[in-house]
Design a protein around this ligand. Structure first.
Ligand SMILES: Cc1cc2nc3c(=O)[nH]c(=O)nc-3n(C[C@H](O)[C@H](O)[C@H](O)COP(=O)(O)OP(=O)(O)OC[C@H]3O[C@@H](n4cnc5c(N)ncnc54)[C@H](O)[C@@H]3O)c2cc1C
Length: 468
């Protein structure tokens, strides 16, 4: 590929879930040529670097791209997700994207894909293996599909120091412990560092694989509110939990007199969960858990709430809040990578550029496919941007109200556009759109839920501004 020049309509930076969802819809809705460049060897972005026991925390039913089902819409009948829609493993997500790349993207002749390549600041594709360079002439737009890019434990830069001789591993190393430890040299103590979804996954993996709860110490810098997965289910059997749950949620937004009151109401409704009812959470990042998973986490009693880890020394942990003595034979599991983007929002559609961002939190892949739809059919950029106001990802609890309000405003604008409304109703990525659209006019109980949803939405919008 040395010193070639190529021409393309769109150049997409990144080949993670955001890019895949965008390209899939743009392929279906236009006849454009598209070039994709990514540093990873395979599509899927961070899923390539994930720990082997990672799964989606939302149902597979509405993750991935618009044109292809992920999984089989099965209900799990065992494990902590029992009774709910299946959650694809990281390996399934990667295989799904790889199959899509081979069978749809590369077979049509409109896509060029450059894996193991960097897109540099002067607009060249540079191979990470050979250094060869391809210059790209972009006819329409450069698409930044790397805006969200979560950081994951196996590739991030740690924010704390470790003394020599300390064993500190990413969660990726846990399933390999069998190689290094026979029963005589088992780990006496595990210390999970971090309080996000990855830390929860690591705790649950340990407990489900036979570690004793009293052998786990959990460093929890902040407590987090968690979404109850029961209320995120897409199927008709879950109508009352999901759509009824949305109506309840909006009622809480309509009547809460403070952000704390809002979360208390949502907890009362069973919408929000927390690890420990005696500690007030200060963050919410849409981490989603089942009550079965929560029950497992409740068995861990050794929780240290003394802020962030600054250093791990031999036999001690240095935290923001002081020093804690530790068993020298502790295996530390680093779960501190932040899966959250801190880049400020900017207009999605710009001259020669698209920056894909969240349009309805937390549905990143829906937002991405919708952005491609707007690129193909949204008129001029002023109109496209009117229909795609970026939703700021919550950085604090009030951020949840901000993100919900912005998402509802977008949703209202989408519902006013006939063709877009129809596209959304067909989209598998819109968790609840189809469920709502398919309610029979003669089904009085469900129609009553929809009426409650509409009324509560109006009241919620009125109160949200005050809450924020
Ligand atoms: C453990 C985990 C579980 C999650 N579960 C869910 C879930 O259930 N549901 C949900 O909606 N979301 C979930 N998320 C959120 C997740 O962030 C998104 O779903 C999505 O995978 C993010 O994809 P992305 O394409 O934006 O970023 P990435 O996966 O990071 O992909 C971006 C890609 O861009 C490439 N890149 C960046 N810059 C350049 C450059 N200059 N040149 C070349 N390549 C470049 C990177 O190499 C990378 O491959 C989860 C996140 C994590 C960490």
């Amino acid at each position: 590929m040395s010193n070639q020049t190529i021409e393309t309509d769109y150049l997409v930076i990144g080949c993670g879930a955001t890019a895949m969802a965008f390209v899939d819809t743009l392929l279906d809705e236009s006849d454009a040529s598209i070039t994709i460049v990514d540093r990873h060897a395979k599509p899927g972005g961070h899923w390539n670097d994930a720990y082997s026991f990672v799964t989606l925390h939302q149902p597979s039913a509405y993750y991935g791209v618009n044109s292809a089902e992920l999984g089989q819409l099965r209900i799990d009948n065992a494990g902590p997700n029992k009774g709910m829609y299946e959650l694809a493993s990281g390996a399934e997500v990667s295989a799904y994207f790889e199959r899509l790349m081979l069978q749809k993207f590369l077979s049509g002749g409109r896509i060029r894909y450059y894996p193991m390549c960097n897109f540099d600041e002067v607009g060249n594709i540079v191979s990470l293996l050979s250094g060869d360079t391809v210059h790209v002439r972009v006819n329409k737009r450069i698409v930044d599909a790397s805006n969200f890019s979560p950081s994951v434990p196996s590739t991030h830069k740690r924010g704390f120091t470790i003394a020599s001789g300390i064993e500190c591993v990413p969660p990726n190393a846990l399933p390999q412990l069998w190689m290094h430890r026979d029963s005589g040299a088992r780990v006496r103590q595990f210390c999970i560092v971090g309080a996000g979804k990855t830390a929860m996954d690591a705790c649950i993996w340990l407990l489900r694989n036979g570690a004793r709860a009293d052998a786990i110490i959990w460093i929890m810098p902040r407590d987090s509110w968690l979404q109850n997965r029961l209320h995120t289910q897409p199927g008709e059997a879950f109508f009352l939990d999901s759509i009824g749950g949305e109506a309840d949620k909006l009622d809480a937004f309509a009547h809460a007199d403070s952000i704390d009151d809002l979360f208390a109401r949502l907890e009362g409704l069973g919408q929000m969960l927390r690890i420990d009812p005696t500690h007030r959470p200060t963050m919410f990042h849409y981490a989603t858990l089942s009550s079965g998973e929560l029950e497992l986490l409740h068995s861990i009693q050794n929780v240290i709430r003394m802020g962030r880890v600054r250093a791990i020394e031999s036999g001690a942990l240095m935290l923001d809040g002081g020093r804690v003595t530790m068993d020298p034979d502790t295996l530390y599991v680093d779960c501190t990578a932040s899966a959250i983007s801190h880049r400020p929002n900017e207009p999605v559609f710009q001259d020669g550029r698209i920056v894909i961002q969240l349009l309805r939190a937390p549905l990143l892949v829906l937002s991405s496919a919708l952005t491609a739809y707007l690129e193909a059919h949204g008129g001029d950029d002023a109109n496209r941007n009117r229909l795609s106001v970026p939703v700021p990802f919550p950085q604090d609890l009030a951020g949840f109200a901000r993100a919900t309000r912005m998402g509802m405003l977008n949703q209202h604008n989408w519902s006013q556009e006939k063709a877009l409304r129809q596209w959304m109703r067909q989209s598998r990525l819109d968790a609840f759109g189809k469920l709502v659209a398919e309610v029979d006019k003669s089904d009085a109980p469900k129609q009553a839920v929809l009426a409650r949803l509409r009324n509560n939405a109006m009241a919620a919008m009125g109160n949200m501004q005050q809450l924020i």
